[in-house]
Design a protein around this ligand. Structure first.
Ligand SMILES: Cc1ncc(COP(=O)(O)O)c(C=O)c1O
Length: 427
């Protein structure tokens, strides 16, 4: 069995060694954005020093920039296990890409057609589709989740699907609850009804291996700043759907995918950084996830995809120990409510993001208290408005969200639990 060597992992991330005055910094704000390894910093620096040119020209630096852009698309295709690199579109972030897709998909639908969204979405996979529905006269149905289990009941999804269901926006993992949803099953149900599926994998991507071919979804989107890269959004779109679409593009831009969706000059440094993030994952997979890599290779995956999957599966094993410790610690504090899956035998159905409330806790005040100790956590709704509204916590300051990832230590988990306890003891 390969060991998950935390010291070696942490040494890859310069930010983890920085101090908060005379204290260590404890980054538990990862669902809002992770720190970056040197692989990313080096790749971005190289691109900006050695070939900082616009793409598609005839001279050395532009040729190198164009090659990098192509390689970034290939790498993200491998990250998603997508069939081809031209099914990958880069953009500034998930939200911008999603609004862009509403504009090109909207004309496919007729007035009275139905779309489904859920109460588990980040607003980035909610409001864009509601705006599209309002513009086109579509009916929006919303799938609830259970307040007991923090999961969907698929019978309720079945009940929402009708012959007029044309589209669904689905959350892969919740940025508030941490729940991982059964996307493959949900996609299959919607597909059987002839509906298109758009999966928000922003919170799943840092904590699990993605395989769009296995999921069967039509679109899937994530943001590399959540999985150890720079600020870039990356969309997979199934060729059969995207090729015929009429993109809002400039006349000079080719009508082929993905060019027609990549409007304006793309971020060379951003795409370089995404390549760096993928190289980091490959390094992690090959050094600490060898058994998983071997399993993925044996299952027929390409080497790069197998290494990425190896990294993700090794992280998942470790992160479950963080989830366990964090949930156990928080539940031991009188009155703390963990809003998410807490069953220790079901930790594979959640990412390690843990949101809490307490009758006497003001989340903003608690986050400020923790900051005094160099512990960084988020408070409020974190744009997961549909979830916070469904919890009825929008007028109570939302939740306190503690979001570890694979580079956090068990000692950091103990520290945040201890500090939350100290904060509540003063109230
Ligand atoms: C689940 C989820 N979806 C979408 C987004 C929006 O992503 P972006 O900031 O890339 O627009 C976020 C950001 O936190 C998120 O957590």
């Amino acid at each position: 069995m390969t060991t998950f060597d935390l010291d070696t992992i942490r040494a890859q991330f310069p930010a983890l060694a920085l101090r908060h005055d005379d204290l260590p910094r404890t980054y538990l704000d990862n669902p809002a954005g992770t720190q970056v390894p040197t692989h990313v910093l080096d790749a971005m620096r190289t691109a900006m020093v050695e070939f900082n040119a616009n793409m598609h020209g005839q001279f050395r630096t532009t040729l190198l920039a164009t090659e990098l852009e192509h390689e970034a698309h290939c790498a993200m295709a491998d990250f998603y296990n997508a069939p081809s690199a031209d099914e990958i579109t880069f953009g500034p972030n998930m939200t911008t890409l999603t609004f862009q897709m509403t504009r090109v998909l909207g004309p496919l639908f007729q007035e009275g057609d139905e779309i489904i969204t859920t109460h588990m979405e980040h607003d980035g996979n909610n409001t864009p589709w509601r705006r599209m529905a309002a513009d086109r006269g579509l009916v929006v149905k919303t799938l609830p989740w259970s307040r007991d289990t923090y999961e969907f009941d698929l019978a309720e999804l079945e009940a929402l699907i009708t012959p007029r269901t044309r589209f669904a926006s689905l959350n892969y993992a919740s940025n508030i609850l941490g729940t991982i949803n059964p996307i493959k099953q949900m996609v299959a149900m919607l597909k059987a009804a002839g509906a298109m599926t758009y999966v928000d994998a922003v919170q799943f991507a840092p904590h699990g291996a993605i395989d769009v071919q296995d999921l069967g979804c039509d679109f899937l989107v994530s943001s590399s700043y959540k999985f150890y890269g720079p600020h870039q959004g990356v969309l997979f779109g199934r060729r059969e759907i995207t090729e015929p679409l009429d993109a809002y593009k400039l006349r000079v831009v080719p009508n082929s995918i993905p060019d027609k969706f990549e409007t304006g000059t793309q971020s060379l440094e951003g795409q370089a950084g995404v390549l760096g993030a993928i190289d980091y994952l490959r390094w992690l997979g090959s050094t600490m996830g060898a058994a998983h890599v071997a399993a993925a290779t044996a299952a027929g995956m390409k080497q790069r995809t197998a290494e990425i999957h190896g990294a993700m599966n090794a992280m998942v094993e470790y992160e479950q120990t963080l989830s366990d410790r964090l949930i156990t610690g928080l539940q031991s504090i009188n009155g703390v409510i963990v809003h998410g899956v807490t069953d220790r035998t079901a930790l594979d159905r959640r990412v390690p993001t843990v949101s809490i409330s307490h009758p006497s806790m003001d989340p903003a005040d608690a986050a400020t208290f923790l900051d005094q100790y160099g512990v960084y956590v988020w408070n409020g709704h974190s744009y997961g408005l549909p979830v916070i509204e469904f919890l009825g916590l929008q007028d109570k300051g939302g939740v306190l969200r503690i979001g570890p990832t694979h580079y956090n230590t068990l000692a950091e988990i103990d520290r945040v639990v201890d500090l939350v306890g100290q904060y509540l003891a003063q109230r």
